[in-house]
Write a protein that binds this ligand. Structure first.
Ligand code: FES
Length: 382
């Protein structure tokens, strides 16, 4: 362990902790733009500067290891002046369109500019103008707003293991882009969007769908069985965005489905009542339980030599909307009929990762104990 003094307070942290870790342990506020606790230290924004007694220059606290006996100062007129100048330099070529920026009110840079009272910029010079390369369905890339904090690069590489983007060029021309400045072509997990401190990376689905006046509802992702915690951002009774909080079991990380796959919630195509597949002609002439033809015998090439997938895509079938009671009667009759005619192993059950563990348990119990078959499988067992 290492013990040091920060702003006069003693603190003990584990070996190989940074000064910033120790500062955070004491809950002392210190501005950062490129630091993320789950990513490797970067030291790019220079806002987390601190003074160490006996050291001639301030150092970046996020990349300097804490040492025994250090005496660290986090706030002084000199440090605040340096931070303000650094911020002014970052803002010098940043677009001034906060009024319409998707991240206004949720932008770390805007927050710091407010905190340091930066109204005008004394630094002039070249402004970045980039050709928009935005030919993807999920992520809007407004790279003129990029402050080169590198969090998107590190998360894509270190957490996601994809490495779809990196720093390109040098000096004032430095930018973050996919190889050869091609269009972004990745998994579209949106992790880069989640860590971006400004409006450089945002979700296309969120565009002009509301900013800060959301009602937030914590829930569980409806996709695979990992059970990631998500937060729905609701505005005017509609889900407008999905995010995840750092303190959850998935540590705020989500995949493309969890982050962007919520369009089904308000889709007008959603099924709201049970449908029974029927033959299109003379439907009224048949009681519901007789409308499906008897199954042909099972052979090596599938049932009756027909591949199973063709059963569900029969071109002459159509759907009839029924009540839940009718649907359950139909299912029970058909299962009984198939079991009597062909035996329980003619039936198989495919369960779902979207169900709870309890529902999946009941499902397999029903198939094994009531129907009498072990033909059980699961959509996530590829
Ligand atoms: S947070 Fe330390 S340099 Fe950016």
């Amino acid at each position: 362990m290492v013990t040091l003094k920060i702003d006069g307070q003693k603190v003990t942290v584990r070996k190989l902790s940074t000064i910033l870790d120790a500062v955070r342990k004491l809950d002392i506020p210190i501005p950062t733009l490129c630091h993320h606790p789950e990513l490797s230290p970067f030291g790019g924004c220079r806002l987390c500067l601190v003074e160490i007694n006996g050291s001639p220059k301030p150092v970046a606290s996020c990349t300097t290891f804490a040492r025994n006996g250090m005496d660290v100062t986090t706030t002084s007129p000199r440090l605040e002046k340096l931070r303000k100048t650094t911020l002014e330099l970052i803002l010098s070529d940043h677009p001034k369109d906060c009024m319409v920026c998707e991240r206004a009110g949720d932008c770390k840079l805007q927050e710091l500019a407010y905190f340091y009272g930066i109204r005008e910029n004394r630094f002039g010079g070249e402004q970045r103008v980039y050709e928009k390369k935005d030919n993807n369905p999920f992520i809007a890339r407004d790279m003129e707003k990029c402050i080169l904090c590198g969090q998107c690069v590190r998360i894509c590489d270190e957490i996601q293991g994809v490495g779809a983007i990196d720093f390109a060029y040098r000096g004032l021309r430095t930018k973050i882009c996919p190889p050869f400045e091609n269009d972004l072509n990745c998994e579209f997990c949106g992790q880069c969007v989640a860590v971006c401190p400004t409006g450089a990376l945002t979700g296309k689905m969120w565009d002009q769908k509301g900013r800060q006046n959301f009602k937030e509802v914590d829930t569980v992702c409806p996709y695979c069985g990992c059970g990631c915690n998500i937060t729905l951002h609701i505005w005017r009774n509609e889900v407008r965005r999905v995010s995840s909080k750092e303190e959850t079991l998935n540590e705020g990380w989500l995949c493309a489905k969890g982050r962007f796959g919520y369009g089904f919630i308000h889709s007008p195509d959603r099924l709201k009542k049970p449908l029974i597949r029927t033959a299109p002609k003379d439907i009224s002439a048949f009681p519901i339980h007789q409308t499906n033809p008897p199954l042909p015998p099972f052979t090596k090439g599938g049932r009756g030599g027909i591949h199973p997938s063709s059963f569900s895509l029969h071109p002459l079938s159509s759907f009839k909307e029924v009540s839940w009671d009718e649907a359950f009667d139909y299912i029970a009759n058909r299962l009984k009929q198939i079991k009597e005619n062909y035996g329980p192993d003619a039936i198989g059950g495919l369960s779902s990762a979207r169900c709870t563990s309890e529902e999946n348990y009941l499902f397999q119990k029903f198939f094994r104990a009531v129907i009498g078959t072990n033909n059980i499988d699961h959509c996530a067992r590829y």
